[in-house]
Design a binder for this molecule. Structure first.
Ligand code: UD1
Length: 455
């Protein structure tokens, strides 16, 4: 059924075979399979920052915790959101979409759910689908989930998730690549300590703990702003959670949850990426809805590298500082340290900067796969173990490159915008997974960019 901007609300009845297009009628597979980019034009204008991909996914899963309506505003129209919509719809969740001034508005109703109906194909496309485990166990007492997929950027185990849920009384078996989880007597509160402050594990355990009987403590919890956004929505639904923003979360579980209306936080990774793009191209972008406080250690790091960010009413203005781009040393880490998701775009920025930089990746072991692609464009970067050593060059030149994960694709795109001549970027599925209309928004700010190759 076509989705038109004029449609106030698109109502759908769940069916077991709901496809992506049915569950997310706004989703259009991108035309063409490559992006052709002519670099060297300054980006100038107003760029709307979308709702955060990494916040919206757990927020959508939170709707499984209640039979009442949960409405999310500022939902980004990205492929990951479409895939999770199809998963949720197949589980029996009613999805109602409407276009809003900013992003999409989604109202979900999970009053009749079928916990066994999880689509293996869809789960294989997205790591965040593992969040269904905590929510389904808590709500239904059982969950059967194929092992989740996602970007190939490291081991990305889910052992912390499983250990935490087991501590809450879940019985979990892995049979032939499928997770079978049961909590016959319901989940109960537990004292959990995470070996590392995992974002996904903290979210999964929060989702489970709000319905579990008794009190759960999560030690060494992640402090990413997306966790605070999830907690804000769960609190609006009636959950009692203390310690947000710290490493020690306490959840007083067991109460039935109500519905809620919640606006998804702005995407801090899109903010950082576009700030780099403005500085690389020597332009000036007004990043609407952007907030400096979301960037953590990336804010001073970007400033030191010559990315000027000025707070204005309703957003940030990003440009290249008068001193020009300068090499810096960066080490990724859990929030508020430098975000691993900003490592790729910042590496692209530093390829253009005066002097040397050392970028050390501590979260995911395979997150330098964009380096070879940047080298095709003339970047001078070598990888030594977990550190990429960069010597800035005055100019990159266009090349045919492939983005192999969400953030790498965005990094190559902004490098191409600053490079002389034409680039062709493959791997657009990755770009579409994580960003809402990034190419269109860039084109509106003067980028010479078009989809090519394909229908
Ligand atoms: C989330 C983000 C991703 C971001 C990452 C780190 C979403 C949808 N994705 O991913 O964009 O790059 O946080 O900020 O929000 N680990 C284990 N066992 C586990 C869980 C994690 O060993 O059970 C390890 C991982 O391999 C990794 C580290 O812990 O080395 C951090 O991973 P985690 O914070 O869980 O990342 P995600 O939640 O998958």
């Amino acid at each position: 059924m076509p989705f038109r901007a004029s449609d106030p609300v698109q109502a759908m009845t769940p069916t077991p075979n709901a496809s992506l297009a049915d569950a997310a009628p706004w989703w259009r597979p991108a035309r063409g399979d490559a992006l052709r980019i002519r670099g060297g034009r300054p980006l100038v204008g107003s760029y709307p920052i979308s709702g955060a991909k990494n916040a919206v996914l757990p927020l959508m899963v939170a709707a499984l915790l209640t039979p009442h309506l949960v409405t999310l505003r500022n939902v980004p129209a990205s492929l990951d959101v479409a895939v999770l919509s199809a998963l949720l719809r197949r589980l029996g969740v009613d999805m109602n979409w409407s276009r809003a001034t900013v992003g999409l508005s989604l109202t979900m109703c999970a009053d009749r759910i079928r916990p066994g109906d999880v689509d293996a194909d869809l789960v294989g496309r997205m790591r965040a689908s593992v969040l269904l485990l905590g929510a389904l166990l808590a709500r239904c007492g059982e969950a059967v989930l194929p092992m989740p997929g996602g970007d190939a950027i490291g081991l990305r185990g889910i052992d912390f998730h499983l250990a935490g849920l087991r501590a809450m009384g879940a019985e979990i078996e892995l049979v032939g690549g499928t997770i079978h989880a049961r909590a016959p007597g319901g989940l109960r509160g537990a004292a959990i300590h995470l070996p590392q402050p995992s974002v996904g594990a903290t979210e999964n355990l929060l989702l489970a703990a709000v319905l579990a009987r008794g009190t759960t403590t999560i030690g060494n919890a992640a402090r990413e702003p997306e966790i605070a956004d999830l907690v804000a929505c769960l609190r609006a639904m009636g959950a009692r959670i203390d310690g947000v923003g710290t490493h020690a979360l306490t959840v007083h579980g067991g109460a039935a949850l109500a519905g809620a209306v919640h606006a998804v936080m702005p995407d801090r990774i899109e903010i950082g990426t576009l700030a780099c793009a403005a500085a690389i191209t020597g332009g000036e972008l007004t990043l609407r809805n952007a907030r400096l406080d979301l960037l953590g250690a990336a804010a001073p790091a970007l400033a030191a590298a010559g990315v000027a960010l000025r707070e204005v009413d309703g957003g940030l203005v990003a440009s290249r500082a008068a001193m020009g781009l300068v090499g810096i040393d960066v080490t990724t880490g859990p929030y508020p340290e430098f975000a691993t998701d900003l490592q790729s775009p910042v590496l692209a920025l530093l390829a253009f900067a005066k002097g040397a930089s050392a970028v050390t990746e501590t979260i995911f072991e395979q997150r330098f796969r964009h380096v070879d692609e940047l080298r095709k464009m003339g970047a001078n970067i070598v990888v030594r173990g977990r550190t990429a050593l960069v010597r800035g060059v005055p100019e990159l030149r266009g090349a045919a490159v492939t983005g192999m994960d969400v953030r790498a694709a965005a990094a190559l795109l902004i490098a191409a915008l600053g490079a002389a001549g034409e680039s062709v970027l493959d791997g657009l599925d990755h770009l579409d997974r994580g960003y809402d209309g990034m190419t269109e928004k860039l084109a509106a700010c003067g980028a010479a960019i078009e989809r090519s190759g394909g229908s």
